[in-house]
Structures are given as structure tokens and as C-alpha cells.
Design a protein around this ligand. Sequence first.
Ligand code: HEM
Length: 206
Amino acid sequence: MKRQFKPRTRKLALLVHVLFGVAWIGFEVVVMLLALAGVTTEDPRVLHAAYVVLGEFGPALYFPFSFFTLVSGVVLSLGTHWGLVRHYWVVAKLAINLATLLGGNLAIAGLMRDAGQRVLGARIETLDASAVGSIQYSLLANAIVVTTLLVFATVLSYYKPWGKLRRARSAPTAAPSDVVARQGNRPPRPRQRQTTLVGGTPRGTP
Ligand code: HEM
């Protein structure tokens, strides 16, 4: 069996992972609110501020949050009995993280930068939504999709649904009672000696 984290290391790895994951969701909610402000406001100063902030901070922060959530999640998976490709919920989170990391850094970050530059290049007094064009709707739609996916990833972390992948099921790494306990996110129960009655006398089998 592969070596797994000691309880203290596991707790620290979980803490680091949760901090990055939760920070990423918080960041994404702010992006969504700024994008919403950009779409709904009629005040040119609000429009200007929303896209300048998005253009300045969005691309710079998206990468570290998405990257370190992924790295800490992979480390946590490999250092615990969950494994990287042993349970459906972990594989689903891996797919969500990879998709949002690539999509966000390769496409959305560019849109944020573009929107910021467009408002910076216009005069505030005469600024209106047409300066940003259809990018504003792409930014809002992307922020809603990414936030929803991240919240879904968090829900998966707590409920741990769907059990094990087929190939992991055929290669047991723990006693059945442990597997059932782990699927329910409870610590495994200590094994008990089986007791059988032979001729009225209890006999224990290890
Ligand atoms: C997509 C962004 C992600 C978010 C928002 C997220 C969020 C979380 C949260 C909130 C927990 C704590 C659950 C608990 O305390 O029981 C957690 C645990 C965990 N996550 Fe993630 N995670 C993400 C990505 C990943 C990735 C990419 C992996 C691995 C490939 C991963 C693997 C794990 C594992 C193994 C645990 C430990 C569960 C346990 O020991 O109880 N996560 N995650």
C-alpha cells in the first residue's frame, strides 16, 4: 500500500487546499459582481471603475487561485486514501479545476484585460457600454459559469457522491467496513475480533 499523510500533515494539506478553493470562489464572486455592475450601470464612472479593476486584478489573480487550488487538491488526493483517479467525485473535481484553469487563463483573462484597456482608452464623461461591446456579456456569463462550477466542486467535496471507479473497486485497498465508512466520510471503525459459538463455548478468530 502507498504511504499516506500522517494526520497532522493531512490536516495542514486540507487547510491549504480549502483556503485556496474558498479564496478562488470569493474572487470569482467579486468578478461576477463587477461584471454585473458593468452590464447594468448607467453611470460612466461606475462602468469605468468596474472594468479598470477587472482588467488590473482579474488576470493577475485568476492564475494563482486556480493553479494552487489544483496543486493542493492533487497533493491532498495523492497523500490520502482518496487517490487521484480512484473516486468519481475527485475525478469530477479534477476535470472542473483543469477546465476552469485552462479556460480562465487562456480566454477569460484576455477578455478582462481587453475590457480594462477599452475603458482606459475612452473619455470617462462620454463613456458608455458600447465602448466595451459584447465582451461585457461574455465576462458576466463566464463568471456565472465558473462560480457555479466551483460551488458544485465544493458540494462534491462534502457529499463525496458516486463511489469508486470500476477499476479501483476491483483493487480493494482496505477492509470492506473501512470502504463503506470512508464513502460516508466517517473514520473507519476499528476491526473487531469475530466470535463464533462452538459447542456453546465462544471462540475468537483473529
Ligand atoms: C475546483 C476547485 C476546488 C474546490 C472549490 C475545492 C474545495 C474543497 C473543499 C471545500 C474541501 C473540504 C471538504 C471537507 O472538509 O470535507 C476539499 C477537500 C478535498 N479536495 Fe478539493 N476543491 C477543488 C479542487 C480539487 C481538486 C482538483 C482535487 C484533486 C484532484 C481535490 C481533492 C480534494 C480532496 C482529496 C479533498 C479531501 C477530502 C477529505 O479528506 O475529506 N479538490 N476541496
